[in-house]
Design a protein around this ligand. Structure first.
Ligand code: PLP
Length: 374
């Protein structure tokens, strides 16, 4: 059975070279990195080498790089630290953040901590004027958490512009970069941000390994308590092979970034063209042809009896994509992102997301199938 995998924003397949780098740390080199004898020293070295590699690729200091269990944990840590350690009393976020941020903001934004969401412009971008007004209107210190790229619609944030506004108002800034780390070059020395989150399974690395960048200028306490791992910042025996895989995956992703991103962007552009040519009344959510992540294409199809079953029918035809609808009734709450930007119940949304392994031929096959299924 030939399956077509167009859900790379959910996760990506592991690169063979990454697996090769990880395997020895599942077998030969198994020591606990906290052990002082040779078994421990060799695995400790592997972790610190990965940290240095990652730091170098992001132009950060190795002391600013913390490995976590996933992007979700990194997001939780950043929000908790801003409230508990950095004296932030108001959180500004957006209604289209990933739940790993949204639910965390709701959790911490109570008692003497409040939160609000920035307004969005019609295409789903953050309204920078509203952000500035909100920052200016709070006397207490603000914490701003806004994602670099939206995982459902692909909209890209001007992280520098937001960072500079935060600087102006002495706010702490976190950006969820889970969809952009490994896909765009990031120069953290030149980016006015206090925290960023990343996750290696989004760029052909292993699942279960995340990154939290914490700028040297902020001092925070750990979210997970216990042993002294990650320089007392994240207790628990390290995910050794995950960390080794993270380093290798980021190294490969950055080495091939220019070539791969141009190729994947060409796939997205091609799919937009083919859909417009072949499917009546198709439209695209967010700013698909503007400031948009090159891996993600969120497509809105007119709702018909047939198209309501679209994801199911795609799956039957061995095409893997993910949903997102404006549905607000019944058990299916639909996508909070689509609801926030385009609450049109007469549309059916499917997110297609691409990687370097996809081809134009696959797009042709999917578009042909869509002609039958809409
Ligand atoms: N943030 C964004 C934007 C994501 O897309 C995801 C995963 O889909 C996460 C956070 C959570 O990352 P993880 O799966 O590593 O917990």
């Amino acid at each position: 059975m030939n399956r077509i995998y167009f859900d790379n924003a959910a996760t990506t397949p592991l690169d063979k070279e990454v697996l090769d780098a990880m395997l020895p740390y599942m077998t030969t080199y198994f020591g606990n990195p906290s052990s002082i004898y040779s078994y421990g020293r060799e695995t400790r070295l592997a972790i610190e080498t990965a940290r240095k590699t990652v730091a170098k690729l992001l132009n950060a200091h190795p002391g600013e790089i913390f490995f976590t269990s996933c992007g979700t944990e990194s997001n939780n840590t950043a929000v908790a630290a801003a409230i508990h350690d950095l004296d932030c009393r108001h959180i500004i976020s957006s209604p289209i953040e990933h739940h790993a941020v949204l639910h965390t903001v709701e959790h911490y934004g109570c008692g003497d901590v409040s939160y609000s969401y920035v307004k969005l412009l019609p295409g789903g971008h953050v309204d920078m004027e509203d952000l500035e007004e909100q920052l200016a209107s709070h006397e207490e210190r603000c914490f701003v958490t806004l994602m670099h790229a939206n995982n459902e619609i692909g909209n890209l944030l001007d992280i520098h512009a937001v960072g500079n506004l935060c600087k102006k108002y002495n706010a702490i800034f976190h950006s969820d970069c889970v969809q952009t780390l490994g896909h765009y070059p990031l120069d953290l020395r030149k980016t006015p941000v206090h925290f960023i989150s990343g996750s290696s399974h989004k760029f052909h690395g292993p699942k279960g390994c995340g990154l939290l960048y914490v700028n040297d200028n902020v001092k925070i306490h750990p979210l997970i308590l216990g042993g002294g791992q990650e320089r007392n910042m994240r207790a628990g025996t390290e995910n050794l092979y995950g960390i080794v895989g993270f380093g290798k995956a980021l190294e490969l992703a950055m080495a091939n970034c220019e070539k791969d991103s141009a190729y994947v962007q060409s796939l997205k552009t091609y799919m937009i063209e083919q859909l417009r040519k072949n499917i009546k009344c198709v439209s695209f959510n967010g700013d698909a042809e503007g400031k948009s992540l090159y891996t993600v294409l969120s497509v809105a199809f007119p709702k018909t009896e047939k198209s309501e079953m679209l994801l199911f029918n795609l799956d039957i035809n061995h095409i893997c994509a993910s949903g997102g609808s404006a549905c607000t009734s019944g058990a299916d709450q639909g996508s909070h992102v689509i609801r926030a930007i385009n609450n049109n119940p007469n549309l059916v949304t499917v997110r297609f997301s691409f990687s370097k392994h996809n081809t134009k031929e696959e797009i042709d096959t999917v578009v042909e199938k869509l002609k039958e299924l809409i």
